[in-house]
Design a binder for this molecule. Structure first.
Ligand SMILES: [Mn+2]
Length: 314
């Protein structure tokens, strides 16, 4: 931390790039926004922003550049990124790093870093602000808080430390918790319409030990739609969207669901042999972007869920 701050202070006022991982989520955008505010730098992503971080960007009125030329900057700060593969088309030369991912491959070559295995990168940025005795504006507090909520799945997976940090961030930035929760709701009328359309087009499928809703919204709001179905009480939600030959898909499982379904393993197995551009997730969440036979993929997912449901417990 000390070395990191020394470099920041030495390069103060220099042209700074704050770079998030591709498909940037709330933690990356939140941490990146706070670092860009601190350094008066440019916030950027390699290619795209994740759909569920768009609302936060909107609320922050943040400017996010796409596909920046890192060579044009005198200081590059990489946030929430574990691997150069998450930075497509970016030439990384000298950089500072702030991250919380296990097995980080960028730490070793960083000029200085803040690297700890906490719940979110936003917490590390908060501690940097504290250490530098910088005050939190309401916008920075909102960004950091939204990042913590994002990476802890709405605090359901949060450690005590993350909850304490969140409380302090709200206090320091003088904002209410409800302001943060609002960044996770769809605000515009058009989006609400999409949500209602999705809700009324969901198909309910019953398995031996769980209920699944399958839905194909006509816009790429997969995260919102999936979360909405969980809120309505389903055990599993399968939501997909096709565009330009690409299949975007999410399979999510409720935290309250105690079946053996590991959604990330289910999607991985079901998509074997397909062209996979992006795949991420865990037991409760699977995200997929790829190409191949759509109907077969869905059929495989249903079969795999059924197989797990019917597996005998020993
Ligand atoms: Mn993160």
């Amino acid at each position: 931390m000390k070395e990191f701050i020394e470099i920041l202070e030495k390069l103060k006022g220099k042209k700074t790039l704050v770079l998030c991982h591709d498909d940037a989520d709330n933690d990356a955008i939140g941490a990146g926004f706070a670092m860009a505010e601190l350094t008066k730098g440019t916030l950027a992503v390699p290619q795209r922003i994740s759909e569920h971080a768009l609302e936060l960007i909107n609320k922050l009125a943040a400017r996010v550049e796409v596909n920046p030329n890192s060579q044009e900057y005198e200081l590059v700060i990489v946030v929430d990124t574990a691997d150069s593969q998450q930075l497509p088309n970016i030439a990384l030369d000298e950089y500072l790093l702030i991250d919380h991912h296990r097995n980080n491959l960028l730490v070793e070559n960083s000029k200085a870093n803040i690297y700890h295995l906490v719940d979110s990168t936003c917490q590390l940025v908060y501690h940097l602000y504290k250490e530098m005795e910088e005050s939190l504006t309401p916008a920075v507090a909102l960004a950091l808080a939204a990042g913590i909520l994002g990476d802890t799945v709405g605090l359901t997976k949060a450690s005590n430390k993350a909850i304490i940090d969140l409380g302090n961030i709200l206090q320091d930035g003088n904002i209410g918790y409800s302001t943060v929760l609002n960044t996770f709701k769809i605000s515009g009328k058009i989006e609400r319409l999409q949500k209602l359309k999705a809700a009324t087009s969901g198909e309910v499928h019953e398995f031996l030990d769980c209920v699944l809703i399958y839905c194909r919204p006509d816009k790429n709001f997969l995260f919102y739609v999936a979360t909405m179905f969980l809120e309505l009480g389903t055990d599993l939600a399968l939501v997909s969207y096709q565009e330009d030959g690409w299949i975007h898909l999410r399979l999510v499982k409720s935290n309250q669901c105690i079946t053996n379904h590991n959604v990330s393993e289910i999607v991985k197995k079901a998509s074997e042999g397909m062209t996979v551009e992006n795949f991420w997730g865990d037991q409760y969440f699977a995200g997929f972007k790829g190409q191949g036979d759509y109907d077969q993929l869905i059929k495989n997912i249903f079969e795999e869920i059924k197989r797990v449901s019917e597996q005998k417990e020993d």
